[in-house]
Design a protein around this ligand. Structure first.
Ligand SMILES: [Zn+2]
Length: 285
């Protein structure tokens, strides 16, 4: 299969680099070499909105992204960071003990997707009992998203979760549900018949396995380490339970149309901490 990841482009010039060049022009040669030493660790990935970067540095070093602490590199020194759907054009990555790296993030064009005919209770819920249920389920999901498995399964290549599918919705589409503009679509929709097996695209700890949530229907959340969590929505069957470690390629459930869905499909989502990533960039779909 074609390798979708690209090597980090050679440290190229952005505004910050141009400032450094001005500083360098007035700096002795030995000190100048140090100023441009941007790559003391390996970094590869997809440097676009919804993309990611993986790298290897010294073990157990603090990772700072855009000025915020984001955990430690693994026992092997591995780390992953994500670029949000709406990431600004420059990301700052600092591995403590290394020079900061300034990463240019390419923009992604998102299209508009209209979905009509959804039951009103799934688009604009108002019933108090239903609102309570939604809040309860929100808490379950928040707890699962807070999981930080001390593993570096994220370093491995991601495979596709279905053998056969038709892409029916792309990541990032601006959505208009029953005529009302809503939040963007944070997944990729893979249409397939109900009952189609769903496979873990990479090894992970199961941090949520719920058969019947209001919006998501049957939902599984997998923790691949360092805050990289993948999601599988609208499942008709679930073959794993919370706490399990599932190896890459293991069957975790089956495609369905449960929750807020108009037909059988897998809505596959990916988050790095609070950032929404495009699973197709990780898997080559
Ligand atoms: Zn979806």
């Amino acid at each position: 299969m074609e390798e979708p990841e690209v090597l980090k482009r050679a440290p190229h010039l952005n505004r910050r680099h141009l400032c450094l060049m001005a500083v360098a022009a007035a700096t002795p040669a030995a000190a100048r070499a140090d100023l441009f030493n941007f790559r003391r660790f390996d970094l590869r990935g997809r440097f676009v909105q919804g993309g990611y970067a993986k790298g290897t540095a010294e073990p157990r070093r603090e990772i700072w992204v855009d000025g915020k602490p984001q955990g430690l590199t693994s026992a092997e020194g591995h780390f992953i960071i994500g670029f949000d759907r709406d990431a600004p054009e420059l990301c700052t990555l600092e591995i403590k003990g290394e020079k900061p790296l300034f990463i240019d993030i390419d923009k992604t064009e998102y299209s508009i997707q209209r979905v009509d005919g959804l039951p009103p209770s799934t688009v604009t819920p108002s019933d108090p009992a239903l609102l309570q249920r939604i809040a309860r389920e929100r808490a379950l999901k928040d707890e699962a998203f807070a999981s930080r498995e001390d593993a570096d399964w994220f370093m491995g290549r991601f495979s596709k979760p279905l053998e056969k599918y038709r892409i029916s919705g792309r990541f990032g589409n601006q959505r208009i549900l029953n005529g009302e503009p809503r939040s963007p679509h944070y997944g990729i929709d893979l249409a397939a018949p109900t009952g189609t097996p769903v496979f873990a695209p990479q090894t992970a700890r199961v941090v949520l396995a719920e058969p019947d949530l209001h919006f998501e229907g049957g939902l599984i959340l997998l923790d691949h380490g360092q805050g990289l969590i993948s999601m599988y929505l609208h499942l008709s069957a679930i073959d794993v339970k919370k706490g399990d470690i599932v190896p890459k390629g293991a069957q975790i459930g089956r495609v369905g149309a449960t929750g807020r869905a108009t037909g059988p499909h897998l809505c596959w989502r990916l988050k790095w901490r609070d950032r929404a990533l495009d699973p197709s960039l990780m898997s080559g779909i």
